[in-house]
Design a binder for this molecule. Structure first.
Ligand SMILES: Nc1ncnc2c1ncn2[C@@H]1O[C@H](COP(=O)(O)OP(=O)(O)OP(=O)(O)O)[C@@H](O)[C@H]1O
Ligand SMILES: [Mg+2]
Length: 347
């Protein structure tokens, strides 16, 4: 949902493991990083993708704005998780393309409309040929929206855009990759606590679901089974030798969690096929820090028989010298922050 006009924005991704902020400028046909900062968050700051400890989060947000020295005061932030719903709907013709206040979203939502903030975007006349307008409806729990806006304002910034994390990833995907108008892709943002699955075509989401499998699950199984400290388990899955263990020895444990993720993705794809029987997913693109877990892309590809590969959120983004090391290090984990920062330049 747009809360204001078009001006430079800092993309602020409040994720379960860290707050990441990016400011972009236009450069040639693409973008350049003008500023980047991140601050880690403890495990209790967010629960299931929603802010649970507002104090911890706003301190992390303040700290990224202190160290990032961003020029823009306006911020594009995100909400994610089970408190967020995005779905394709057919709206009555009376709803104008520009957006009609006061339309009743209740029939489309599985929860009380008084508990959620609702927004929608009209795609065009109903593709089914009948009356009505094809649209994307997004709803987020009010408490989650409020907490997110508070975190931004506490840091002295202006919340200008509030987006859904999975849609911000899609934005970053489209800027960097061009699948063509008729190609349906599944975009997976594998974070620390959550994975978002966004099945999209022609610039619009068809179906979005959040599942509770993320990087922490791989870390935890290594901790439990190999009796490691959290940072040792993080190192091991990222390829470091830890004591007698190397990543090769850890592979069966990592694969057991990957199988869990695959079964969630399988369920999501099955549900998607029931709702959209004519659609076939052509390929899977991965982002999020969890997408770097050894074997994830390979196993997804084998399970679904379609190409699965990392998206490159920096393909059309020049990384100057200032923040280069940090940006390149975080790579796929920055997809959402980049997609948010790009909202400042949306046509
Ligand atoms: N090299 C790596 N190999 C495996 N996992 C990694 C690697 N680097 C980071 N991760 C994992 O990525 C996760 C963080 O990713 P990301 O920053 O995308 O999550 P987040 O946005 O904070 O969380 P969420 O989206 O779930 O709210 C952590 O669980 C971390 O362990
Ligand atoms: Mg995330």
């Amino acid at each position: 949902m747009m809360l204001g006009g078009r001006k430079p924005l800092v993309g602020l991704d409040i994720g379960s493991s860290a707050v990441k902020a990016i400011e972009l400028t236009r450069s040639g046909g693409g973008y350049a990083i003008a500023g980047f900062a991140q601050a880690p968050l403890g495990a209790d700051a967010l629960v299931d993708g929603a802010i649970a400890n507002a104090g911890l989060v706003s301190r992390a947000v303040e700290s990224v704005f202190e160290s990032g020295r961003f020029k823009a005061r306006r911020v594009a932030a995100n909400v994610s998780g089970h408190g967020v719903i995005v779905k394709r709907v057919v709206l009555p013709d009376e709803v104008s393309r520009a957006g009609a206040p006061g339309f009743d979203a209740a029939p489309f939502l599985p929860f009380d409309v008084s508990e959620v903030n609702v927004d929608y975007a009209v795609i065009g006349p109903s593709g089914g040929g009948g009356p009505g307008l094809d649209a994307v409806l997004a709803a987020a729990r009010k408490a989650q929206v409020r907490n997110c806006l508070d975190a931004v304002t506490t840091a002295g910034r202006v919340p200008a855009v509030l987006d859904v994390g999975a849609l911000a990833m899609q934005n970053a995907f489209e800027v960097n990759h061009d699948p063509g108008p008729d190609v349906t892709v599944a975009l997976l943002d594998i974070g620390a606590a959550l994975t978002s699955i966004n099945i999209a075509r022609a610039g619009w989401p068809l179906f979005i679901r959040y599942v509770s499998v993320g990087g922490r699950c791989w870390t935890e199984i290594l901790q439990q089974e190999l009796r490691l400290e959290p940072d040792e388990a993080e190192g091991l899955k990222a390829g470091k030798q830890v004591g007698v263990y190397d990543v090769e020895m850890a592979a069966p444990l990592l694969d057991s969690v990957t199988d869990l993720l695959i079964s969630e993705v399988q369920r999501t794809f099955a549900f998607f096929s029931e709702t959209f029987p004519e659609e076939a997913i052509a390929s899977i693109y991965l982002a999020g820090g969890g997408s770097r877990t050894p074997g994830v892309a390979r196993k997804l590809q084998a399970a679904f028989g379609i190409e699965a590969r990392g998206m490159d959120p920096l393909r059309s983004v020049q990384v100057g010298s200032a923040a280069a090391a940090g940006v390149r290090d975080s790579g796929p984990a920055l997809a959402v922050a980049l997609g948010l920062a790009m909202r400042g330049f949306d046509a």
